[in-house]
Design a binder for this molecule. Structure first.
Ligand SMILES: Cc1cc2nc3c(=O)[nH]c(=O)nc-3n(C[C@H](O)[C@H](O)[C@H](O)COP(=O)(O)O)c2cc1C
Length: 194
């Protein structure tokens, strides 16, 4: 049996009742059999400080970078804050982007899903993330975006995604991420063979 793709998932919100954490749980629930999830909680990552990095990465940062390195792909579920990337997520990705020569983000396939209580479903945050992905040499899945507007109408009080159409979109997006990851892995293999 072929090995399953390891997907590292993390949420850009630390809120206990976070819709985006609930969305990540939904992704785990709906993932194809060919995929396994490892979830990382960004709450343990301190504020980025180059003085600290110059001395030594904090243990939580080392663990985060190792989890990225050991994954085949990333899934980020994030809200939008003031039309952009929440500080918690940006901060964690800034740590992971170091150093430019050794970052485990380089070449990593990544999919983004987002839920907001606003009407644009995190579209502006997802656009802002594209710049960060480019800066870090990542490979975003562009064909399938999951944008959940008015999240309070799509999840029930227990955090279950109850909107049928949105559940289908999440599932399709995960299948597309699996295909995208395999395409990139095959590309790497053929480059190595040359
Ligand atoms: C600081 C802050 C800024 C926000 N800015 C936006 C925004 O720009 N667009 C939007 O749709 N919602 C915005 N919201 C509302 C979030 O969509 C809402 O709080 C959402 O539930 C956060 O995601 P979570 O449930 O995963 O914590 C903002 C919320 C906060 C706390």
């Amino acid at each position: 049996m072929p090995t399953r793709l390891r997907v590292l998932g993390f949420a850009g919100s630390l809120r206990k009742g976070s819709y985006n954490r609930a969305l990540l749980n939904t992704a785990v629930e709906l993932a194809p059999d060919t995929m396994e999830f490892i979830i990382f909680d960004l709450a343990s990552i301190p504020f980025y400080n180059q003085d600290v990095e110059d001395h030594e990465d904090p243990a939580s940062v080392t663990a985060f970078k190792r989890a990225i390195a050991e994954s085949d792909a990333l899934l980020i579920c994030t809200p939008e804050y003031n039309y952009s990337i929440p500080g918690v997520l940006k901060n964690a990705l800034d740590w992971a982007s170091r150093s430019a020569k050794t970052t485990p983000l380089q070449g990593k396939p990544v999919a983004v899903m987002g839920a907001s209580t606003g009407g644009f479903g995190t579209a502006r945050c997802q656009m802002a993330l594209q710049n960060l992905f480019a800066a870090c040499g990542m490979h975003p899945l562009n064909s399938h975006r999951v944008l959940i507007a008015h999240a309070e109408e799509k999840f029930d009080e227990s955090g279950r995604l109850i909107d049928t159409a949105t559940r289908r979109i999440v599932k399709e997006s995960l299948t597309a991420l699996a295909e995208w990851t395999l395409i990139l892995q095959r590309g790497k293999t053929s480059v190595q063979k040359v």
